[in-house]
Design a protein around this ligand. Structure first.
Ligand code: LLP
Length: 432
């Protein structure tokens, strides 16, 4: 039902998540409020872990791209599920450390990690630093030396794949700020320098071709290109890459039309390509890393709002205003992302009304969806926006000094707050 199997309509005709009535949730925790189904998140984690076991003899690690949704509770959950963690900033790393996440299973990404962040990562024994450029490699080599440590690294390569996704989130192609380009020889030069660098343990290569991708072909193509490159590295340097990190980007269901593949189907196909290409190229099978973010958290989450003013402009549109907006979900204003809307207290009624869902910020573009179907809503109704578990809380802001909503987890019919609602005092806490 809906866009995720954790959603249903209960006997009262209300939307439920993980079997819990969302109208009750809105009453108990207030709105706006992010709600996530913990059991769904865990099932998603297990599907990835199992897919590596089933298709690749367990010779790999699924790491959660925590930029999708990060908090201490989520880090603990990911650790319990036996996954690693992808972090892209000192803040994400700090959260993981505070949650007791084993740092040897943390992969540190980013195209411009600061010197302080590199030092923080080295001091805390982060498992892999995914080096983006030569400047970073040189700094890391020096910092690791100063700390008396060796940094284990992967190099981020642009495999030149166009993954047919929104251009803002297309990163594998040559014109990208991320990583070393293959075509220009920059990548091979970087590898040679990494192999030669002091205090650096070169482990292998990484690529990430984009996000919200539905086809498997670009991933297969990326694996093929990367293994070809690994063979070239062996031929030119004699060094075999022990690890291949293929990034994340697996698509999820936002709209009823979206049709993502089972996660196991992705690994099954890519593992076949990896095995065939390694054999063809005469290189050892690498340890494989994958980095799902959105597909772990996205469809496990919804956002609940209270409907305020309903403004019908005859022959033009009906604006339905809610008590949240771009502050808690900037994805429509940034990417015109599609979302399905459900009036939580009328979920059993037909969605025969067309509305534009407007946020409360002083900004005309602060919309969550335009001309979208929903039940006939009126002030006081509870509006649910579906599939908001990824890149919503993590991209939220305090624009207009609006406090951020809480995150509530639902599991086995029980609920708990894992991130508190911000207060006005939180909003001014750094003001002098
Ligand atoms: N690995 C790397 C190196 C990445 O850059 C990303 C996402 C991932 C893994 C996880 O990708 P996922 O499985 O979540 O697609 N804010 C945008 C998405 C940006 C994705 C950035 N990188 C959005 O809201 O759609």
């Amino acid at each position: 039902m809906f866009v995720s199997d954790c959603l249903s309509v209960n006997e009262k005709g209300h939307l439920a998540i993980g079997g819990v009535d969302t109208v009750d949730l809105a009453k108990e925790y207030g709105t706006p409020c992010y709600v996530m189904d913990e059991d769904r998140i865990r099932k998603n984690c297990r599907a990835y872990v199992k897919s590596i076991e089933d298709n690749y003899g367990g010779n790999g690690l699924a790491i959660y791209a925590s930029k999708a949704f990060n908090c201490k509770y989520m880090c603990k959950l990911i650790n319990e599920e036996g996954m690693g963690l992808d972090v892209v900033s000192g803040g994400e790393l700090y959260t993981a450390i505070q949650a007791g996440f084993p740092t040897e299973k943390v992969y540190f990404h980013g195209n411009n990690k600061t010197l302080d962040e590199l030092k923080f990562a080295v001091e805390n024994g982060v498992g892999r630093i995914v080096v983006d450029n030569i400047y970073e490699l040189e700094n890391l080599s020096r910092i690791a030396g100063e700390c008396g440590k060796t940094a284990s690294v992967l190099l981020r390569i642009k495999p030149g794949i166009d993954a047919h996704t929104h251009s803002f989130i297309m990163t594998g192609q040559i014109d990208s700020k991320f990583g070393f380009a293959l075509e220009t020889g920059e990548a091979m030069d970087g590898i040679k320098r990494a192999i030669a660098a002091e205090n650096i343990d070169f482990r292998g290569v990484h690529c990430h071709i984009g996000s919200q991708i539905f086809e498997v072909t670009p991933f297969e193509k990326a694996a093929e290109v990367m293994i070809g490159f690994m063979a070239q590295i062996k031929a030119e340097t004699g060094v075999e890459c022990a690890e291949l990190d293929l990034g994340g980007g697996f698509g999820i269901k936002y709209s009823f039309e979206d049709n993502p593949l089972e996660y196991s189907a992705y690994m099954a196909k890519v593992a076949t390509v990896i095995k065939a290409e390694c054999e063809k190229q005469g290189i050892k099978l690498p340890f494989i890393v994958i980095e799902p973010g959105r597909s772990i958290a996205g469809s496990a989450g919804i956002t609940l709002y209270t409907v305020g003013a309903v403004k019908t402009i005859p022959d033009i549109r009906t604006y339905v205003s809610i008590d949240g907006g771009m502050g808690d979900n900037p994805r429509y204003i940034l990417y015109q992302s599609t979302y399905e809307l459900v009036c939580a207290n009328k979920a059993d009624k037909p969605r025969d009304f067309t509305i534009t869902l407007a946020g409360r910020c002083c900004e005309s573009g602060d919309l969550i969806q335009e001309d979208a179907p929903v039940q006939r809503v009126e002030p006081g109704d509870i509006m649910a926006v579906l599939s908001t578990g990824a890149y919503n809380y993590s991209m939220s802001s305090n624009y207009n000094r609006i406090p951020k909503p809480p995150v509530v987890m639902v599991s086995g019919g029980e609920t708990k707050v894992v991130v508190k609602r911000e207060t006005y005092d939180d909003v001014i806490r750094n003001d002098m």
